[in-house]
Design a binder for this molecule. Structure first.
Ligand SMILES: [Zn+2]
Length: 359
């Protein structure tokens, strides 16, 4: 039984939630077994040909982004610290914009798994250790899969921010609040698709994507999944979470078109789009993008620039860990895009972005 069930909302079902444009991304148990069998038989994934790019973090720059100062600049309507993003690994990005330190889907643990002795193990340490991060103002959680919602990371972030007297706000999909409550974390806002929450002048919108949820057997799609469209004065940014390709991204662009006219500074300044965990296509295509589809989403959203995430860290599927950037380069070339239009980062890299022009 879905306690949130609203018959007026097509993505609500009595048991949980469903996608807008496909009946199910679920291939069923037989298909899962076939994939696992073929994967073992073919010895997949092959090891990466070259190591995943990594660099020492620019801790000074990351820690120098003082939210109070940035907010003061924003209130004056003058240029403050430049917006910056730092890739921690997988789907975890530190986004510093609008006077807030925001983390997407924070996973700092060694394994993306219910237990730390088995399950996908990370290929490199987090780009910045949790202890070296500034206090996190907001965490956005896209869905409850283990490589996106990690118990130890969430608890450590909450504990650090509470100790600093600045408790982190966790934005989570419908149904996920109780998971936080059972861990004593209550500064949590649960969001349905198209819900919006304003925090210290920055607007967070939860947006539809095509995926599913589960943390154990028997809870499939009982909690919601989605992406985030975030509007800070100096950066309009988007985070896809996990998704297959659908019309949801064109819908998202249309939904916010009245905020993103050329005279208002244009479309999303940055989109963080998942580009990994896509082979074999017969099993994965409903739920995970390949880079060609990610490039299509970059265009559907009308983003000025995109960065590929959800690759290079956890071996989840059949393609080698270093395959996504190669396929992305080919997809970019096929569409005549420049390298900077849709790029990837090194783990630990910080990239500064131009501040959005004031409307
Ligand atoms: Zn997922």
């Amino acid at each position: 039984m879905n306690p949130y069930y609203d018959p007026a909302k097509p993505h609500h079902t009595r048991e949980g939630f469903q996608n807008n444009y496909t009946a199910s991304v679920n291939q069923g148990f037989g298909a899962l077994m076939r994939w696992q069998f073929e994967k073992r038989q073919q010895g997949l994934p092959k090891p990466p040909a070259s190591p995943i790019p990594q660099q020492a973090p620019d801790l000074k720059a990351v820690q120098a982004y003082a939210p109070a100062h940035a907010a003061a600049f924003a209130a004056l309507g003058t240029a403050g610290p430049r917006p910056a993003i730092t890739w921690i690994g997988h789907a975890t990005m530190l986004v510093q914009a609008g006077g807030l330190n925001v983390l997407t889907d924070p996973v700092f643990s060694q394994r993306a798994s219910p237990v730390q002795f088995i399950g996908p193990s990370r290929a490199q340490p987090p780009g910045i250790a949790l202890a070296d991060l500034p206090v996190i103002d907001v965490v956005v959680v896209s869905h409850n899969h283990y490589d996106h919602l990690d118990t130890d990371s969430v608890q450590a972030i909450a504990a650090r921010s509470a100790a600093a007297g600045r408790p982190t706000l966790f934005l989570v999909p419908l149904g996920v609040k109780s998971w936080f409550a059972s861990r004593g974390i209550t500064h949590v806002v649960e969001m349905d698709w198209w819900d919006s929450h304003v925090y210290r002048g920055v607007e967070f919108n939860f947006t539809p994507v095509q995926h599913w949820s589960a943390r154990s057997f028997g809870d499939r799609s009982q909690t919601l999944w989605g992406g985030y469209a975030v509007f800070a004065p100096d950066l309009h940014w988007y985070f896809s979470g996990d998704t297959g390709y659908s019309k949801d991204f064109a819908d998202t662009r249309a939904r916010f078109a009245n905020r993103q006219a050329a005279s208002q500074g244009g479309g999303f300044d940055l989109a963080l789009i998942a580009v990994g965990a896509y082979e074999p296509r017969w099993f994965m295509s409903g739920q995970h993008l390949n880079p060609a589809e990610a490039v299509q989403i970059h265009q559907d959203l009308g983003a000025k620039r995109s960065v590929g995430v959800h690759w290079g860290t956890f071996e989840l599927t059949d393609e080698p860990l270093d395959q996504p950037p190669q396929d992305l380069a080919a997809a970019r070339a096929a569409k005549g895009l420049k390298d900077d239009d849709f790029s990837v980062m090194a783990v630990g890299e910080t990239r500064f972005l131009p501040a959005r022009p004031a409307p």
